[in-house]
Design a protein around this ligand. Sequence first.
Ligand code: 13P
Length: 258
Amino acid sequence: MSRTSIVAGNWKMNLDRAGSIALAKAVAAGRAQAGGVDVVLCPPSIYLSAVGDALEISAGVSPAGVGLGGQNMWDQPSGAFTGEISASMLVDMGCRYVILGHSERRTLLAETDELIASKVRAALAAELTPIVCVGEQLAEREADRTHEVVSRQVRGSLAGLTADDLAKVVIAYEPVWAIGTGKVATPEQAQDVHALIRSLLAELASPGIADGIRIQYGGSVKPGNAADLAAQPDIDGALVGGASLEADGFLAIAAAFR
Ligand code: 13P
């Protein structure tokens, strides 16, 4: 099956309001160079409204074809959850996507696979596409535990999903040692884990469904290394941190996945 690649910019906790608007407009203006690739921006939640306006998002769609995503959400629909936002709030602001289970949240905020799975179910119920992040720490890779750790995260973070649900998710493999370090996984290292993830998805859903699920790579993706990653058979896009903060570089990465 030919999968439509998806390249998402995870801006993390960067930029200000004016910078967010300027970056979104620049990405929209140059977006045509990444035709055929799904392009998504995930600003800090406080700037979703400003970025949605800058992209002229209406009913989840922008004229330039740039999607909007949240970086996180809570798993309950509403209520006494100070500081949190719900799936329906993201949809209300024009989001079609939400990043869930990012390693920074797993590590700094102690998010568990159980909580992430609950968030994934809530996202799907609101018709958001979850971008579910998994990836091993450096010590785990060095102890040859990468497959064990990633398998546990995939099974745990996708627990309770039907095959139909699984068909709607995007997975992001982000080896923690490659995030923000400038140390990208080799294409072979990434492909090895992507193939593992696809085999797990085949087991959890079916081989046919697994064949259609997009699996992004994340971790120091730059314009200079994107093409080698994109050439791998099971790498269907990128989740880009630092390099997504500059429009030309981000678009060059997206274009590499055409
Ligand atoms: P960097 O691209 O800055 O390494 O970040 C990757 C990441 O965590 C994207 O979610």
